[in-house]
Write a protein that binds this ligand. Sequence first.
Ligand code: PGA
Length: 270
Amino acid sequence: MRVIIEKTAEQAELRTAGIMADLVRHKPNAVLGLATGSTPVKVYRELVRQHREAELDFSQITTFNLDEYVGLGAQHPQSFRYFMQEQLFNHINIDHAATHVPDGRALDFSAHCQQYEQRILDAGGIDLQLLGIGVDGHIAFNEPGSSLGSRTRLKTLASETIRQNKKFFPGDEQVPRLALTMGVGTILETRSCLLLATGAHKASAVRSMVEGPVTAQITASALQLHREVIVIVDEEAGGWLERRDYYAEVDECHQLLETGQLRALGIGNQ
Ligand code: PGA
């Protein structure tokens, strides 16, 4: 797990968008795993900006979203499909048939979830999965206690998640109690993951994910088993990390390598 600590949320968001944009440029037919929530909003804004101002081309890109509320259709303003249309898909040149979000109105949940997994396989698997983290340490809607081998399925939301997400539902409207979500096992099979967390309210979850034991009680900790994960945090979300100095050294070394400054790494000095 590579941990990058940026000073501000904005820098963390731009770095995240930069990594996604690099992939889109280098692999124009990449399969992206996407996330919803407050955290990725500015990441998507930056991708839209690069599409408009820097010719970032999504015409061959395929996407799979992590999850969807059960009961909400694409026209519901709080559905994740609606969110994705508003925040990203309507503003870039992506083929809408190549964007996938679980269908919260599917009648046969189990068949739909199996089909979702099959579609991911048929597309060749996910190259880069964008993730957020819940304050209870969940990834996607894999709430504490979810099997670390779980696949896309129906999930009951934890009361903490319902409380956190109430801010998106106006007035008396209830947050759905059920969701369809990719499983932890599905996420572990992606080729790479990019997890973004910002704000002091995420500091405890981030610490548990990176430095705690692997446990189904913090499903994000399963990412310790993934071969390629980058965690990008701002100083607040990274504030509880014990080994933050080391993570900064690793990031510095990566940047020196990437920019070919080998002598600064002691390579070729002898
Ligand atoms: P947030 O949600 O981005 O709205 O904080 C993250 C999550 O629950 O995964």
